[in-house]
Design a binder for this molecule. Structure first.
Ligand code: 13P
Length: 229
């Protein structure tokens, strides 16, 4: 387990990468990561360029905190980390294409195999609820059932990860997928891959830890790294 100070510094780097990647701007967006006793979360309304490791807020699962005022979305960060032991980091942003779909309450279907990256045949869109409310947290948790990402109606997206880097990776993938879907929709509603094909895709992604790291060794249909002789 990384030390608290390392996690704080990593959070600053991830937030800056989030802005540099183009999926976030201004003071929108927020990030959290699990700690041994609770979680760290970005402060509310603070530009990431000005944010330092000391500005990151330490919170407990009972909603008490130390330091600056936590993100207004601390409830869904807390509730997701509490409910999902498979997740250690939550990232929220208003990336433009994901939010475009969310403004129309559109679920992303399996129009492209990469929809499977979030763990199912769709990326759901949560019903609209006011930002910062328990109602939004409840809606998000429901839309994230069995998934590593969801859209938030008329708001943005949430992406999850085993760490902050994988949550950021997922958020960028969701934005790219959303952009492709918006683009595909300009030619009409695209055809959808079958549930059977998506089952194969998701099994393959799971087996290869797709996008998450090196493949398992010893499989005969995936490449293996050469060993020096
Ligand atoms: P915070 O600055 O409070 O994290 O709010 C930003 C946001 O995106 C609200 O949904």
């Amino acid at each position: 387990m990384k030390k608290m100070q390392e996690l704080r510094e990593e959070m600053v780097r991830i937030c800056r990468r989030m802005n540099a990647s183009g999926i976030n701007q201004g003071t929108a967006g927020n990030v959290s990561v699990r700690t041994p006793t609770g979680f760290l979360i970005t402060p509310s309304s603070m530009p990431y360029d000005d944010m330092t490791a000391e500005d990151i807020v330490e919170m407990d699962f009972d909603g008490t905190y130390a330091g600056r005022r936590p993100s207004s979305e601390w409830r869904f960060h807390r509730d997701i980390l509490k409910a999902r032991q498979d997740v250690n980091s939550v990232l929220h942003c208003h990336s433009v294409y994901a939010t475009t779909l969310a403004c129309h309450h559109k679920t992303i279907p399996s129009f492209h195999y990469m929809t499977g990256i979030a763990g199912g045949t769709t990326v759901r869109c949560a019903r609209y609820a006011t930002f910062g409310t328990q109602s939004l947290s409840d809606a998000a948790l429901e839309a994230l059932t069995g998934r590593m990402a969801c859209l938030l109606g008329q708001h943005g997206q949430i992406s999850l990860g085993k760490d902050m880097a994988s949550a950021l990776w997922m958020a960028i993938e969701i934005e790219t997928l959303s952009r492709m879907y918006v683009q595909a929709l300009t030619l009409g509603e695209p055809p959808i891959l079958s549930d059977e094909e998506m089952e194969r895709v998701i099994a393959q992604m799971t087996r290869m830890s797709y996008g998450m790291g090196p493949e398992e060794e010893g499989e005969n249909d995936i490449p293996r790294q050469r060993t020096e002789v």
